[in-house]
Design a protein around this ligand. Sequence first.
Ligand code: FES
Length: 119
Amino acid sequence: MHNDNLHATQDKGPHDEGPREWISVDLPDPLIDGQAKEVMIRGRVIALFRQEGNLFAMDGMCAHQGGPIAEGVVEHGCVTCPWHGWQYELATGIQTINRQPLQETFQVRENDGLVEILI
Ligand code: FES
């Protein structure tokens, strides 16, 4: 007889930290079009972008080695990390070379002029 339960484990991903909720972002100045800002929300670094009127939010630390994503150059809907050039789609977090969703993204909305992120 053998025991099939010996290897039972809980498989929780690094970002499985419970239910998400909308959190308002405390911005000292409005985020203008073409601009990006790094903010701290619930202890996480988040890169916030406004491009052609749309808001985007993604993990502010690059999946490669933690580079500051909010300081990257944005072109054609993608941000390029300033440290080693990895590039991610703003809307999906997909890395443009290997097409994998390496950078976590978050839903973001504007409510009465207040930016809110689902995190
Ligand atoms: S840390 Fe972003 S490309 Fe290396």
